[in-house]
Write a protein that binds this ligand. Sequence first.
Ligand code: FAD
Length: 533
Amino acid sequence: MIPEFLISFNTGHMSCEETDCLVIGGGIAGLSSALALKSYDTTLIYKDGLADTCTYNAQGGIASAMADWDKPLNHKEDTIATGCGIANPEAVDILVREGIDRIKELIDLGLVFDKENGSYHFTREGGHSCSRILHIQGDSIGRNIMSFLYGRAEAEKKIRILHSHFLIDLISSENKLTGALIYDGNRKKVFLVRAKIFILSAGGAGNIFQETTNPPGITGDGLSVAYRRGAELSDIEFYQFHPTTFYLAGAPRFLISESVRGEGGILKNIKGDRFMFDYHPSGELAPRDIVTRAIIDQMKLTGSNCVYLDLSGIKNDLKKRFPQIYSFCRNYGIDLKKSMVPVRPAAHYFMGGIKTDMWGKTNLDNLYACGEIACTGVHGANRLASNSLLEGLVYGVRAAEKAVENMNQKTEKRDVKYSFPQKADILIDREDLKRSIKSLMWRNVGIEREDEVLCVATKKFEEWKKYAFLKEFSDITGFEALNMLIIASLITEAASMRKESRGTHYRNDYPVQDDKSWKKHIIVSRKGFSIEE
Ligand SMILES: Cc1cc2nc3c(=O)[nH]c(=O)nc-3n(C[C@H](O)[C@H](O)[C@H](O)COP(=O)(O)OP(=O)(O)OC[C@H]3O[C@@H](n4cnc5c(N)ncnc54)[C@H](O)[C@@H]3O)c2cc1C
């Protein structure tokens, strides 16, 4: 029922460009790949601008076992423990070891991390057994790392950066990718890009949920495109919900970084009682899934729509240590020195994604994936805080290094035609469809799941697909709505299949982790669902 492509096209009649490498998405993963490919003609596309990447919005920092008191093995153990039995130890080993090298390279190139008394300052976040998080200008690592990497990419002669360019679909010949259909938002035209290699670094899908920390353009497009082309997706039932996002009616779900709790922030319920030690011996620094569910439990118990973060015990100067959070809260009338911050959970990070090997290689020839869109298995069922920027750096470079092995091939020029199957002349309010997907996912496939509500969601999605997939859209909102519908319904099916609780996937009806039956991965492709050890 899912169409093969979102639009009708004939590549023989389209304007066409050629490049050696097409990198789709310019967050930390895409920029790292593009920079590693700088000696080849590389085109890097952004759906929007820099601020619309998750990378730009990152606050807390980047995890790396570089402190005197730390070791990569400790970082590996913490990552594997947080992954709840299904993190891939090989992927984690690569992450923690090569991550140190990648960060040192950035430091050598001039990226400046915060220091205290002349030494790097490492903060602590949930699930880490020691202070391990490097940060920049307090809570502003994202915008700093983006402008640093972007500036370097912009200066490279062979890297061409295109903004407001939207990937609609990829084109393949048998199992091999040959081109990409791109909508140029400036000229309002679709054109074809032929390339030898394709690196998909288009991020996660936070906006399939009503409450999310992700910028609005993160709608799972790349995941959906890859699925349509035949790529395998893995572990898609695992979506991480960040416990603490700002909650005031009408205000954005701005992230209140975990490092706030790392520096001594305390969670209190509406009655003013501290509660985290009732749920976990690490209190506020328990793994994210535990803090998230504890907050939901407290909201239910007290009939409140949020809990509160009390920062009064933090010794550091709040304005200096958390400048973004400080000024955001102040704009909404909250002075961190005097008042508590209202918070509640929101969808934050996708552990699942396009299944890749340790070099970003997917099951499709010429297609590599890296960053949040990819699933190497490094995070297992839950991501350790501040491991994802590191993942983008490490696996972005790895994907590029492997992809260049395909550079000797000729660009495939065979033309492809496609007619969208069943055109329907019906009205579909694309924004309403998006809103409906988001609220259904939040209510039925969110922090707590169970069979009955998952079945309701599956039925609803089937109903919506029946008419939505009959409509050929020609604008980004329409493409996004269909991409969201595809990825949301796949996540729902995977969540129904996994009849246990593990990491971020919590089932009220199967509350226990079942290692005997479920220490496994759910894989999905156009061929259907399968389960792998
Ligand atoms: C508020 C917030 C705070 C965070 N804080 C931290 C932190 O402190 N530490 C940490 O390690 N992680 C943090 N994370 C997670 C981390 O930022 C992300 O996992 C990581 O940056 C993802 O990088 P990426 O390059 O894979 O994707 P992104 O940075 O999200 O970039 C995705 C790119 O894909 C492009 N794209 C998407 N769809 C299309 C399309 N159809 N066509 C063309 N381009 C497309 C977008 O334009 C964008 O350029 C945070 C996330 C958020 C949202």
